[in-house]
Design a protein around this ligand. Sequence first.
Ligand code: F6P
Length: 497
Amino acid sequence: MPTADWSAIEALPARPLTDLFAGDSGRLEAFSLDVAGLHFDWSKTHLTREAVAAFEALAKAQGLSAKREALFGGEVVNVTEGRAVEHTAERGEGSEEAVAKARALQSRMRALIDAIEADALGPVRHILHVGIGGSALGPDLLIDALGRDADRYDVAIVANIDGVALEDAFKRFDPDATLLVIASKTFTTTETMTNAQSVLQWMSEHGVSDVYGKVIALTADPDKALEWGVDETRILPFSESVGGRYSLWSSIGFPAALALGWDCFEELLEGAAEMDRHFRLTALHENAPALAAFADLYYTQVRHAETRATFAYDQRLKLLPPYLQQLEMESNGKAVTTDGEPLGRPSAAITWGGVGTEAQHAVFQLLHQGTHLVPVEFVACIEPGDTLGEEHHRQLLMNAFAQGAALMAGKQTDDPARSYSGDRPSATILLEDLDARSLGALIAFYEHRVFVNGVLLGINSFDQFGVELGKEMAKAAVEGGQSFDASTDDLIKRAFG
Ligand code: F6P
C-alpha cells in the first residue's frame, strides 16, 4: 500500500469562504447532501473540490475502502485488542453471523421487556440505570431526546461515583417499584459496581424482600453478572465486539427500549442502518461521514484547529455534545498509529459544545472574535419539539442560521473592538424531524465520521488504553498505602488525614 502523503492537502490554497462561494455557483450543491432524513451542509467550510480530491487520494492510500469492508465484514479491525468491531451488526448491517447473533440477543431483550410490561417482575415504575461512559451516555441521550412524551417510567441514569448522583435518584424513587439496571460491558468498572451495590443496600434498608428480584444486567461478560448475583434470565448479553462507546444499539440500549417502546428502538436501528448503507455504498465525494471527516482533518491538520464545537439548536439534543465527546475523543485521541509508530501530527480535535441559543450568550464571543480557529457545527430540526406556536422555533432556527452566516461574513468597522474577521467555518446538520429514525441516522453518521478520521490518520479508533493508567492509580489510591508524588500525597493527606 502506498504511504500516506499529506503534501497535496498541506499545499491546498487557503481561500476565504466568501471567495469560494463567489467563485463557484455550484458550491452549495457540491457541498450539501440529503441522507436518511438529514440535510448536511458543508458549504460554509473551506472544503473545495480540489481538497476533496486530495482527501480521496489520501483515503485510497490509507486503504479506506478495504478497511470499511473489513469493518462491515467482521474482520479484526481493532488490531491492538485483536477484535472485530461489530456495532453495525446490531442494526442489521454486518456479517451474516454477527447479524444473526445480534438478532438473537435482541429477541431476549424484547422478551424481557414484554415480561416487565406484563408485570412478571412485580410493579416497575422507576428505572435506575447504573453505568458509566459508553454504558450510560447513549441511553441517556436516547431517553432525553425522544422521551418527552414517554411517561410510563421514571428513568435515572446514574454514572458518577459521587453518591450525590445516586442519592438524588433515591429521593425520587420508590424502592419497591424500582428496576435496577446494571450496565457494564466488562462488569468490573468500579464506579458501576459500587453504585449497584449501594442500590441493593438502599432497597434492603427500605424493606424490599428480594433485592435481586428486579436486577437486570447488560454486559458482554454474563458469567461475571451471574457471579455477582443476577438471575440468568435477567442477564442481557451483548457481543465482545461491540465497543463501549458504540454500544447503545445493543442491550446497553435496554432502558431506552423499555421506556420508549420496542418499536421506537427498532426505528432507531433502522435509521442507523440507512446511514450504514449510505456510508458503505456511496462515493466519498458524496458521502456525508467522509466529507465531514475531510473537513475535520483539513482543520486539525492544515489549519491547526485544536477544537471543534457542536451546538444543538434543539433542547432535546442537549446531551449530544457530551455523547460526541466520548465518541470522538476516546476513539481518536491517540498519539500512535496502528503500527505503534508515533502519529507525528495532531490527533482528533478536542470536542466540545453546548445548546443554542444559550451558548450564544456565553461562549460565542470567542467563536466570533477570539484568536482560536474553532470549526463549529450546528444541529437543528425543522419540525419543532414544542407546541407553543411558531415563534419560539422560528427564533431558534433563525439564530442557528444567522450564527453561521455571521461567522462566515464577519464585519469590518473603524473600531477594532467592534470588528469581526469573518471567514470562520461552520457546518449545519438539519433534521427534518427528531424521531428515533433520524436520531439513529445522526449517531451512525458521527460513528462513521470517527472511523474515517481514524483510518486517514492511521490510528485504531476502537481501543482506549489511555484511560487505564488513571484507573490503576485511582485503584491504588483507594486501596491506600502507596506513595505518589509530593503534591498528590499532600492532597490525599489533606482529605483523609
Ligand atoms: O474507562 C473507559 C471505559 O472503558 C469506556 O470505554 C467504557 O464505555 C466505560 O469505561 C465503561 O466500561 P464498562 O461498560 O465496562 O463498565
